[in-house]
Design a binder for this molecule. Structure first.
Ligand SMILES: Nc1ncnc2c1ncn2[C@@H]1O[C@H](COP(=O)(O)OP(=O)(O)OP(=O)(O)O)[C@@H](O)[C@H]1O
Length: 288
């Protein structure tokens, strides 16, 4: 299941251009605050694949995302994104950081927030463009707003949009430059259940229909379970990689945590982890 063995050793093969994997980690390790957060991580993500990064608070999930953007060092092993080292292909990556929301008094329109993703400077004032480029930019913004189903509220001040609507607009912003990889850090956090389901389905659709590779940090796997191809579970400094059916099992999580953990399936199909040595208040009712 851990793919290190299947892929044979820590060295990465030579880049294969656009047809190669979008993301590859081989024997990768992360350090922060003077300690190793995780090590020996192997992961391959290809175009159109949806990967969830799960694990308890403090396991180093956000640090992984920062590492992929070149904002946190690779402590050991190899990491390659779109054939380059982390940080060198960021213009081809759409990124949605953790816990971003807008104050109710924020007057800027949703559509302008989306447009900022196109201009590169997400929080600056868009530069005036010559006519044809301006029209192309406007068409792309409209296209992506429609893709995320935000057309009816995109012209409202973003501060007046609901959390789920804001999240859709931010996903549109991350998508507007046609990224090949979408990095999402807990995009379902703080959304109610119905919005979680809607945004999860949207991300699944973007991934599988538009062939965008998605790597998403999640606390609860349940809203995305049916859209996922791969799970990377980080805990206790180690990792497990594979399909959700391979990773989210009593056997795998017991091995990873080094303590008895039971995975139960509720009658509605939701997975419940019991006995996980949880480090914070996430509870035992979710997997992640
Ligand atoms: N720059 C830093 N300096 C010192 N410690 C750091 C730094 N960045 C992260 N850490 C620590 O590394 C650990 C992992 O942090 P990270 O944010 O990656 O965890 P996480 O799995 O995303 O957690 P959560 O689920 O709570 O968001 C935490 O203990 C955090 O305090």
């Amino acid at each position: 299941m851990d793919r290190a063995t299947a892929l044979g050793g820590p060295r990465l093969p030579a880049p294969k251009g656009e047809r190669g994997p979008v993301l590859e980690l081989r024997g990768a390790a992360a350090r922060a605050g003077g300690r190793t957060l995780w090590s020996g991580v192997d992961l391959t993500v290809r175009a159109g694949e949806f990967t969830a990064v799960l694990g308890p608070n403090g396991a180093g999930k956000s640090t992984l995302v920062k590492m992929l953007l070149g904002a946190a060092p690779v402590a050991a092993g190899e990491v390659r994104i779109l054939g380059s080292r982390p940080g060198q292909a960021n213009h081809r990556i759409g990124y949605l950081p953790q816990r971003r929301s807008f104050d109710a008094s924020m007057r800027i329109r949703g559509i302008d927030v989306v447009r900022m993703g196109l201009d590169g400077d997400r929080w600056g004032v868009p530069l005036p463009l010559p006519g044809p480029r301006r029209r192309a930019a406007r068409a792309r913004v409209d296209e992506v707003v429609e893709l995320v189903g935000a057309s009816t509220y995109a012209h409202r001040p973003i501060g007046q949009c609901s959390g789920g609507e804001q999240q859709r607009l931010l996903i549109a912003q991350a998508l507007v430059r046609r990224p090949q990889l979408l990095l999402l850090d807990e995009p379902l956090d703080s959304l109610d259940l119905s919005h979680q389901g809607g945004v999860a389905a949207l991300i699944g659709r973007i991934c599988h229909r538009e062939s965008v590779a998605v790597v998403m940090v999640a606390h609860d796997v349940n809203p995305i379970l049916h859209h996922l191809d791969t799970v990377l579970y980080l805990a206790e400094g180690g990792s497990a990689t594979g399909t959700p059916e391979e990773v989210i099992t009593s056997t795998t999580l017991t091995r990873l945590y080094g303590a008895r953990v039971e995975v139960l399936r509720a009658s509605d199909g939701r997975l419940v982890v019991v006995g996980r040595p949880e480090t914070t208040g996430g509870g035992h009712a979710a997997v992640g």
